[in-house]
Ligand binder design. Sequence first.
Ligand code: IPM
Ligand code: MG
Length: 368
Amino acid sequence: MANPTLLILAGDGIGPEVMGQVTRIIDWFGAKRDLGFDVEHDLVGGAAYDAHGTPLHDDTMAKALDADAVLLGAVGGPKYDDLDFSVKPERGLLRLRKEMDLFSNLRPAQCFDALADFSSLKPDLVAGLDIMIVRELTSGVYFGEPRGIFEEGNERVGINTQRYTESEIDRVARSAFELARRRGNKVCSMEKANVMESGILWREVVERVHKADYADVELSHMYADNGAMQLVRAPKQFDVILTDNLFGDILSDCAAMLTGSLGMLPSASLGAPNADGRPKALYEPVHGSAPDITGKGLANPIACILSFAMALRYSFDQGDEATRLEQAVEKVLADGARTADLMGPEGGTPISTTDMGDAILAALDARL
Ligand code: IPM
Ligand code: MG
């Protein structure tokens, strides 16, 4: 049987550096676990703009639609700040999400025991934390029309539109309930039904889906502002958080920081299943391109490596191999390996991006 295909879009900033370690891990699984992938590399974001004048070339878009999974590094950087909005690096990523119809964005926030002291919260509030944010990713205010900057009388007005159809809410709610069944069996849905009609409809549809097909899952609702507060007050009350595109963007950064470092957090963006049963899928770290540390060998590759673990689990049905990789990461952290972002108040000597890759490969080898 042919190997599954991976399209790697390393992107900008630290993207290529962290992805460099991921390709070593992919090679390891091919060599040691008989899990070969056919890997192709292409450009996205500022790197694509530099080469083609667009943050995502049509050929790359076609390859992404064709691949069994896409791995993305990061997009953006100060060099591109003055570009027209339509060709900004972020537009490349948003086009991928939209055209691949990746409506369900899974952002786990898990606190590794070895890192509980790094959280901005007290260690006992975050030790053992394991929550999953399911963020709607292809609609809402990110894509709603009308949008733009318009003349109105003698001034300009900036407009974006929060818009959700029942079917868009329905499908992402289902993915959250399905996921909850395989975890703690709880979903907390967050919106602003107190001030937004789209929030009223969101709550209504989530309740309808729950009642019809997922009554066994415990469901609660929260206004998103209260949700933000609860996330930093008592994060362990949550299992799966279901929310829209913009609230999910904000709440997931907040949840990520609870775990100690943005450099640790992976994500999966999933669409509807193809004929072969695999969902359209893109995997990327939650962190950005980190221009301040680009090219210095300081970046933490773990978020990107754990994104590949999510690919093993959600695209390739290799849950055991995903766990193997996650445990290798846990082992090197327990042994004290720390990139610069993981320097606690007591300091220490940080290791480089490549050193972290070496350590994880050694841990994988040790547990063969
Ligand atoms: C994210 C990022 C993106 C978003 C940007 C880079 C477009 O912040 O994935 O959370 O806003 O969705
Ligand atoms: Mg974000």
